[in-house]
Write a protein that binds this ligand. Structure first.
Ligand SMILES: Nc1ncnc2c1ncn2[C@@H]1O[C@H](COP(=O)(O)OP(=O)(O)OP(=O)(O)O)[C@@H](O)[C@H]1O
Ligand SMILES: Cc1ncc(COP(=O)(O)O)c(N)n1
Length: 543
């Protein structure tokens, strides 16, 4: 499932924090990101210059526009700027009740600039019970711990030890019935631990971690909370189900699949830490730069596009255009089409074809053995069967009737080279590369057969009295065309799903086989022509 995640937060035009960081984070961990902008900042990696808060009523319109149309799997709350905005968001959440709500109670930026009006801190009390998880940094945690039942409660000092931070998180969790992720990013020292505290189930899950030496920490809190919201939704967290069946007293999210929250936090932290390590390499800004949200994806090939099977088909067919044109121009093909081809080279060709089909069948059987699924296994086995039948028919038909020296000739150098290519490819054991090597035999023959039968090489090929009419009919056989379409489908689907490197190896095997096809069609007359007039067809053979 792709989680549809809505961020309600502030804009950071430098792209490292706020809405911009949220959308990147949601996408980086596999979600579909949406964003309703609650406030705009003028900021960069050095700090916030000013803040503009559009009318809260307009935020309400944004939220309704999204909710009226789109099923929202998770909401992440970031910079909400003031009490009026918080009120609008609280009212909307209470009405819409998204399954997952993660609240990053943004109050003060890393740079020290205020992002929430001080008088709005009390308004956070409305939001906390509507959230499934709140992710304060140490300063924000102290503020939340000071939001008591009555007014005028003083906030405790900002925690200076990890034990104090966890104690404050327990207070907040118990008082507001919300999970708390206490973050140790601001503690100092060599470690950057986080802890997931849930008073309802009396559990605290610690996430230890070495501090990463980097200046690129702008927007870590925004990024982490968005990633957790996305992963929690994908992991099946559902605060709404918890509320509905809430009597179980564990917050409701410990279903059969286990509690998705620790899993989501652990995965989000792994992603965040990889992104933190690559932040400085982005070279963005002279202050605290952003993390590199897509570093892991880029490192693992995520920036490359994948072609569709249809695109692979068009590209591969075009890539052997020159080889196909050379085949069309061969005297053997021309003579076959107009019936002027002498019987001897034709029978010599068929004898080689019989040798070819016997081993081709063996290689097809190997493709069946290596196939990743039953459909492929059946198709290639069936093709192996068809290839053997084809060979046997040559012996009972053309070659049986015309027994002579040519028909009993051993495999020549061209046939041997083609088969060695196929047998070696089979031996390497890569199914996708192997079927790419097997494809030209299907594709080029079907294409030739259909064009011969349609008069593409002249009307003579359509004459029932054509000397090789029965042979021409074999290759124009509709059953063979169907098999060829299936083979193209198997190969191009495998190529579309392969890595670029793997696809390239498949393509090379495909082109190599196409060259062997050309040599195979050229060989009967090349061998014959030399002693007669000394003219060499070597160019065609090696083209
Ligand atoms: N240098 C670091 N090395 C490893 N992890 C870090 C580092 N700095 C922050 N983190 C992690 O980043 C996340 C955000 O933590 P932090 O305490 O900085 O929150 P924050 O102040 O809300 O973030 P922000 O920088 O967006 O304001 C936490 O998981 C924290 O452990
Ligand atoms: C719009 C917006 N939202 C949140 C933050 C907090 O992020 P940080 O503390 O890393 O500056 C920010 N700077 N800007």
């Amino acid at each position: 499932m792709t989680a549809r995640v809505l961020s309600i937060a502030g804009s950071d035009p430098s792209g490292g924090a706020g809405i911009q960081a949220d959308l990147k984070s949601i996408a980086a961990v596999g979600g579909y990101g949406m964003a309703a902008i609650a406030a705009l900042t003028a900021q960069n990696t050095h700090g916030v210059r000013s803040v503009h808060v559009p009318p809260a009523a307009f935020l309400a319109e944004q939220l309704d526009a999204v909710a009226d149309d789109i099923e929202i799997d998770a909401v992440k709350l970031g910079m909400l700027a003031n009490a009026e905005v918080i009120g609008v968001v609280a009212e909307w959440l209470a009405r819409v009740r998204p399954p997952v709500v993660v609240l990053d109670p943004v109050m003060v930026a890393t740079s020290g600039d205020r992002l929430l009006a001080p008088e709005a801190e009390q308004a956070m009390r409305q939001l906390l019970p509507l959230a499934d998880l709140v992710t304060p940094n140490l300063a924000e945690l102290a503020v939340l711990a000071g939001l008591g039942g009555g007014s005028g409660d003083a906030a405790p000092p900002v925690a200076s030890t990890w034990a104090e931070a966890i104690a404050q998180a327990e207070t907040v969790s118990a008082r507001f019935g919300v999970r708390v992720l206490a973050k140790g990013g601001h503690l100092g020292g060599d470690t950057a631990p986080d802890a997931l505290v849930d008073a309802a189930s009396a559990t605290t899950v610690e996430f230890p971690g070495e501090r990463i030496e980097t200046t690129a920490t702008h927007g870590t809190g925004c990024s982490l909370s968005s990633a957790i919201a996305t992963l929690a939704a994908e992991g099946g967290a559902d605060g709404r189900a918890a509320a509905a069946g809430g009597a179980d007293g564990d917050g409701g999210n410990t279903g059969e699949r286990g509690d998705p929250w620790p899993t989501a936090v652990a995965e989000a932290r792994r992603w965040l830490r990889e992104s933190l390590r690559h932040g400085e390499a982005l070279g963005v800004g002279g202050g605290h730069g952003p993390i590199s949200h897509f570093a892991g994806l880029w490192a693992r090939g995520g920036t490359r596009t994948a072609p569709t099977p249809a695109e692979v088909e068009a590209e591969w067919w075009a890539s052997i255009r020159g080889i196909r044109d050379d085949i069309d121009a061969l005297p053997f093909i021309r003579g076959l089409a107009d019936g002027t081809l002498a019987r001897e080279p034709f029978l010599g060709y068929l004898a080689q074809d019989a040798h070819y089909l016997r081993d081709y069948a063996r290689v097809l059987a190997e493709a069946s053995r290596l196939a990743p699924d039953a459909a492929g296994q059946a198709f290639w086995a069936n093709s192996a069967h068809g290839s053997i039948i084809g060979e046997l028919e040559l012996h009972t038909g053309w070659l049986g009737r015309e027994a002579g020296t040519e028909t009993s000739a051993p495999p020549d150098a061209t046939t041997t080279a083609y088969l060695d290519h196929l047998l070696a490819t089979a031996q390497r054991g890569d199914h996708a590369v192997l079927v790419a090597a097997l494809l030209p035999c299907f594709w080029i023959y079907t294409d030739l057969g259909e064009r011969l039968a349609a008069g593409g090489f002249g009307e003579a090929a359509l004459d029932p009295a054509h000397p090789y009419a029965s042979w021409l009919a074999t290759y124009a056989d509709p059953g063979f065309a169907v098999a060829t379409r299936e083979a193209i489908g198997f190969v191009t689907r495998a190529a579309a799903g392969a890595t670029p490197e793997h696809r390239e190896r498949m393509h090379r095997a495909f082109v190599a086989s196409a060259r062997h096809e050309l040599a195979f069609f050229a060989a009967p007359l090349a061998a014959r022509a030399e002693p007669v007039d000394g003219e060499s067809h070597a160019a065609a053979v090696t083209a």
